[in-house]
Design a protein around this ligand. Structure first.
Ligand SMILES: [Zn+2]
Length: 241
């Protein structure tokens, strides 16, 4: 039986001369592969609803055993046109989609949708990215420990952030680790981003979270704890050089 499924296109791979296989993050089934016939023909009526970053309604007959589903038709809901028109946002959205394809949780679809919707209109694109990355760390069960020192549990005199230990380090424990001390204001921002979610995105704007330094910190945690190298991160490094 045909069903209509809401989803966001996060990846596209060309297939044969005119076709493509797209990965769609759906609310109902998580990530699914969709075979799009005539993807590269401008006359195809589905072409405007199956591009990466498009949020669309897909008509298909879902077969849970099949590796990918045949797309019958697609209707565009939101093309996120400001993302597609801006190089920075495009690079950030690419990284968000690559992370969504690799690390995902129960709230995955809603968080991805919120991230792309916010990114399309915000003046703080890195705040949106940083929040998404911190959520991805939490999905993976390796969220930063920002409640106190990772080693002794003390909430007092936090002075550093350790990728290896997974979060905050107090002064006493750091006398052995000898990590470079971080600015208290910076550690406060790290705590805020790791406690937030998209329901409070408006409240965490204009605090200083629109920072590529924080992005690098979060990517460092994802790399170390999940051993994933995100290809799209390289374009962001180039932009911020
Ligand atoms: Zn300690």
């Amino acid at each position: 039986m045909d069903e209509q499924i809401n989803g966001i296109v996060i990846k596209q791979i060309d297939y044969k001369d005119n076709d493509a296989i797209i990965t769609v993050y759906t609310a109902k089934y998580g990530r699914i592969g969709l075979y799009v016939r005539g993807f590269k023909k401008m006359t195809s009526k589905n072409v405007y609803a199956t591009q990466v970053f498009d949020e669309s309604v897909f008509m298909l007959e879902y077969n849970p055993i099949s590796r990918f589903q045949m797309l019958k038709s697609a209707t565009l809901v939101n093309e996120h046109k400001h993302i597609k028109a801006d190089y920075d946002r495009l690079a950030i959205a690419s990284l968000i989609c690559e992370v969504a394809d690799t690390v995902h949780g129960e709230e995955g679809y809603q968080d991805l949708k919120s991230a792309l919707d916010c990114l399309d209109s915000t003046e703080e694109p890195y705040t949106v990215l940083n929040l998404y990355l911190s959520l991805a760390l939490r999905y993976a069960g390796t969220g930063m420990n920002v409640d106190g020192c990772c080693l002794c549990g003390s909430g007092e005199d936090i002075v550093a952030l350790s990728v290896q230990e997974g979060g905050f380090i107090c002064r006493r424990c750091n006398s052995e680790l000898r990590l470079p001390e971080s600015d208290p204001g910076y550690l406060r921002l790290i705590r805020i981003i790791n406690k937030a979610d998209f329901s409070v995105i408006d409240k965490i704007m204009k605090l200083g979270l629109n920072s590529f330094t924080i992005t690098q910190e979060l990517i460092g945690f994802l790399k170390y704890h999940l051993d994933i190298d995100f290809r799209s991160f390289r374009s962001l490094l180039d932009i911020n050089r």
